[in-house]
Design a protein around this ligand. Structure first.
Ligand SMILES: [Zn+2]
Ligand SMILES: [Zn+2]
Length: 120
């Protein structure tokens, strides 16, 4: 079968694929949030979707994700995802736009690396 079930989700920011439950952890990881700062080019406020806390600096955020409260909330989120199929919507219009721009540049920088979809 060509169309395999879409069990994996992609993090557009880090170019990594994750199983749906694993994505939750990744989206709250330090490396992912560092990648956001690199992408946006500077300090950002970070949102924890598990705890619904926003406007944290990276350092604050990293401290936050090591708290018991956060780990409990993240566990709950993963449980909900596994058992009830409730996935958190990590789409961020602003980040998506930045990613799209970045990907366009990558395509321009690497001509000929991908010819599919371009026709002849
Ligand atoms: Zn990521
Ligand atoms: Zn949290």
């Amino acid at each position: 079968m060509k169309n395999k079930k879409k069990k994996e989700q992609k993090c557009h920011i880090c170019f990594q694929h994750f199983k749906r439950e694993k994505l939750n952890k990744h989206m709250h990881s330090r490396s992912h949030h560092e990648a956001i700062e690199r992408l946006k080019g500077g300090q950002q406020s970070h949102t924890c979707l598990a705890c619904k806390v926003s406007a944290l600096g990276l350092e604050q955020y990293v401290t936050h994700i090591s708290t018991t409260e956060h780990l409990t909330n993240l566990d709950f989120l993963e449980d909900n995802c596994r058992k009830n199929g409730i996935a958190v919507d990590y789409n961020d219009a602003e980040l998506n736009a930045i990613c799209a721009l970045r990907d366009q540049k990558r395509l321009v920088l690497k001509p000929g690396s991908s010819t599919k979809g371009l026709g002849t």
